[in-house]
Design a protein around this ligand. Structure first.
Ligand SMILES: [Zn+2]
Length: 133
């Protein structure tokens, strides 16, 4: 007689609920984040699962609209011209890749940047940084 032992089935799950990272909050339009109620980890995007401890007990939160430019580059995109991209360390420590609008302010690492939403979302030098130039 042989016994059959079945392994428990696992299911692949998408960890993000939506592609849009911009949401409406009482403080205005902000990047959507998720905070894990089990381990406290904060992540960008509307998550279904915590990317740190895989708990499914996560809450939707608004991320800070200000941060510091960690690093940046300029991508040359055919006829579209130059597209600056950078890593922004938000004021709560979450890092995100974002379009950067530099205007007439030269970008530099560690400069303060703030979120802006027009047709799409991007970061631009913060008003406090503009006054220093
Ligand atoms: Zn967690």
């Amino acid at each position: 007689m042989t016994a059959t032992i079945e392994a428990p089935a696992s299911q692949p799950i998408a960890d993000m609920e939506t592609d849009s990272l911009i949401g409406n909050f009482p403080e205005g339009q902000r990047l959507v984040g998720s905070q894990c109620n089990a381990c406290g980890c904060t992540m960008i995007g509307s998550r279904v699962v915590c990317s740190s401890c895989i708990s499914r007990d996560v809450s939707r939160v608004a991320l800070p609209s200000t941060g510091v430019l960690y690093s940046f580059t300029r991508i040359h995109v055919g006829a579209e011209g130059i597209r600056p991209l950078g890593y922004v360390d938000l004021d709560n420590g979450v890092r995100t890749l974002a379009d950067i609008h530099e205007g007439d302010i030269p970008l530099r690492p560690d400069m303060r940047v703030e979120l802006d939403v027009k047709d799409d979302w991007f970061f631009a030098p913060a008003a406090s940084d503009k006054r220093e130039v």
